[in-house]
Ligand binder design. Sequence first.
Ligand SMILES: Cc1cc2nc3c(=O)[nH]c(=O)nc-3n(C[C@H](O)[C@H](O)[C@H](O)COP(=O)(O)OP(=O)(O)OC[C@H]3O[C@@H](n4cnc5c(N)ncnc54)[C@H](O)[C@@H]3O)c2cc1C
Length: 384
Amino acid sequence: MNSNRNSAKKVIIIGGGVIGLGIGWQLAKMGCAVTIYERNRAGRAASWAAAGMLAPLSEVHFEEQELLQLGSMSLRLYPEWVEELEADSRMSVGYKTEGTLIVGIDRDDAQLLQHLYESQKLLDLRVEWMDGAAAREIEPLLSPKITAAISSEDDHQVDNRLMVKALITAYQKAGGTLFENIPVEKIELREGQAKGVWVKGALHDADVVVLAAGCWSNEIGGLPENVTPPIRPVKGQMLALKMESSVALQKVIRTPRAKYATDVYLVPKNNGRLVIGATSEEMGFDTQLTAGGLFELLRGAWEAVPGIYDLPILETWAGLRPGSRDNAPILGPTEVKNMIMATGHYRNGILLTPITAREISSLILTGKTSETIAPFQLSRFSQV
Ligand SMILES: Cc1cc2nc3c(=O)[nH]c(=O)nc-3n(C[C@H](O)[C@H](O)[C@H](O)COP(=O)(O)OP(=O)(O)OC[C@H]3O[C@@H](n4cnc5c(N)ncnc54)[C@H](O)[C@@H]3O)c2cc1C
């Protein structure tokens, strides 16, 4: 779908996570000259650390209607997005549609689940309430202590690490340029317009600059205060176990535990990894693993699926979610002309990649902000 009409448009994207790569891939396919600057390896920050769940309702509060709607729209784009990405990259992204079971162990959990179920029903989501025995018929490895569950057929998952690799390949095949281990130092502004970026002391011109630097988005030099996104890092500790044939889950299992600080989820991947996450900690840029963090995750996971006890540990890690002041993404134009934001995707960046890529690339090509992303502009923080 190359179009010479756009070949003159030079776009620089700051940050090579799923958001920067997703936008870059779409723009490069439409004929733009796209350059991504990534200060480390592309896709190795939050996008690598994530669990890859595509679950619009489980990850937001019912009250956050606009975010819920954005997440649901993105989820609907996923099958087509995966098909296009896999065709372009000739790589699998491990998209799995087995669905999710949200399970409760005690009475407090069951109450939480009941509230969630009622919210889901109000939104006409395809969910089913079941008792523990029915849940164990679907996933026999669930603990006999589980008393209630919600089955959500529409909450899918993707292997985010495979998606990163596929996006890099598809982007480069479409003609996009990726510079790794090269940080953007500063954005060049002149007469209220973004004119390019400073890299290694040299100015690189662009028609449009996209800020997609995750939880570091407010650290780039040159941005005036009113165009600096209010972003903070939110730490998430995770671990991966090696599934064996005796403990092979099919569905994502979530435990919205009432009594502990951490909700735990178990996400089985096609390659035999069982990803368990995640803590949610306001600790600045600290990414140390803690005994307490990993203990909470293992306890929650073991209570839901006792058979994990003997599984080998493959990996432990911590990542930083880019959270905005209201935890919704920051998308669209800013008061600085030709300076576009695509950041703050917090707990939902993998889910929101297709809709962000579609809407931001369309904004860059047409100059029009769609109704879909209008509520998520940076300007919402100055309208008190
Ligand atoms: C533990 C954990 C679990 C998660 N689970 C899920 C999940 O199940 N489902 C879901 O949808 N989302 C999940 N998320 C959220 C999701 O990972 C993020 O929202 C998403 O990855 C954000 O993508 P991004 O491209 O904006 O940020 P990142 O992937 O962090 O990429 C930003 C990039 O910008 C680069 N950068 C920063 N400064 C500069 C600079 N000056 N110059 C050049 N490059 C720069 C960084 O090096 C980085 O690579 C999870 C996150 C975490 C941490």
